[in-house]
Design a protein around this ligand. Structure first.
Ligand SMILES: [Zn+2]
Length: 347
């Protein structure tokens, strides 16, 4: 079994490894992606359930954008969570997707938020495999949530991360499978949103100026039940180099443009990634370097659960059984698995 290593430096190194900046000069003309042109003029395919990597032409800024429709709605499960919990879990899944989908090795990126007694959510867990499978689950206290809602009902704002989690710890873990070491970086839950927690994490662990914006909400499309959608964009400043010289002003400009991005724009089903990136950054020129799909997919299986239960002591199995059957539930996707006690007993 691999062990968990809390090494910020290693996480930083691995995250950096997936942020390779393409060098146009090393590519042939037809390898270089075209800048996004005014998307209102042509037919643009929907980029729901995708993560895109992009780069600005005349500015030292790279970024990633995620847009989730059906994948997020399925991963959050209809009515499984109170709205505030679902929204925050959706944001955690988008962070996992933004970072996890770009890692260049097989594995998954796990985002966990551990709340305190002050908050209503004690745990958010979301992961995204490097093939693009997202899932997540949350634990919360209904009574505490009701009392927080009451306390805040006069504030006409959605409840933030600090309030719902009551502070605590934000963790990002790179998991490359059971036989490999895991790398984990931690930071304190600070700020009003999970996006701010992620910014804080990147500032602390990568020491690269970053901006993250996430939005998650329910939309009602004609003829359909209300469904969850989410959008998120992160931008990072590319360090100054000999060719570029000092890049501070350009970064300030990019940050100012990024700050105009609204939650509604991120969730709007009619606003594709291309339209949104063009709207934000067309003055500098922006190119999508890479796109990868995302789907809701849990990694649980009857076989995996069976193998886990087989490792339990007979007494423990007897305690878990009811009428000769053991029912096990996957916390991520809420699937129930039922096993006959006899199957699990040692022979
Ligand atoms: Zn599952």
């Amino acid at each position: 079994m691999g062990k968990l290593r809390a090494e910020l430096v290693s996480v930083t190194f691995l995250l950096q490894a997936c942020w390779q900046v393409p060098k146009w000069g090393h590519m042939t003309q037809d390898q270089i992606p075209n800048p996004i042109s005014d998307p209102t003029s042509g037919q643009i395919a929907s980029f729901d359930n995708h993560v895109a990597s992009f780069q600005l032409d005349n500015s030292p800024v790279r970024g990633r954008a995620v847009h989730l429709g059906d994948a997020l709605n399925e991963a959050l499960g209809a009515g499984r969570y109170p709205v505030e919990v679902a929204r925050m879990l959706g944001e955690a899944m988008m962070i996992a997707a933004l970072v996890g989908r770009a890692l260049k090795f097989k594995g998954r990126l796990v985002v966990q938020c551990y709340g305190t007694n002050e908050g209503a959510i004690s745990l958010l867990a979301a992961d995204c495999t490097t093939d693009g499978n997202i899932r997540g689950y949350a634990r919360w206290d209904d009574e505490q949530l009701k009392s927080i809602r009451l306390d805040h009902k006069n504030h006409n704002k959605s409840l933030g991360a600090k309030t719902l989690l009551g502070g605590g710890t934000f963790a990002m873990t790179i998991d490359q499978g059971p036989d490999m070491d895991q790398y984990q970086g931690l930071s304190a839950i600070e700020g009003g949103s999970l996006a701010e927690c992620a910014e804080h994490y990147f500032r602390q662990s990568e020491q690269i100026p970053s901006r993250v914006k996430l939005a998650c909400g329910q939309v009602q499309l004609p003829g359909r039940a209300p469904s969850w959608r989410g959008g998120g964009i992160m931008i990072q400043r590319i360090a100054a180099d000999e060719n570029r010289g000092e890049t501070g002003d350009d970064w300030e400009t990019a940050k100012a443009l990024f700050a105009t991005l609204s939650d509604d724009e991120l969730i709007d089903p009619d606003l594709t990634q291309e339209k949104l990136l063009y709207r934000l950054f067309h003055e500098s020129g922006v190119r999508i370097v890479d796109q990868a799909d995302i789907r809701a997919q849990c990694s649980c299986s009857e076989e995996k659960l069976y193998n886990t239960l087989k490792t339990f002591e007979v007494d423990a199995l007897n305690d878990m059984a009811e009428n000769g059957k053991i029912t096990a539930n996957c916390e991520f996707c809420a699937t129930d698995y039922v096993f006959n006690l006899e199957q699990l007993m040692p022979r």
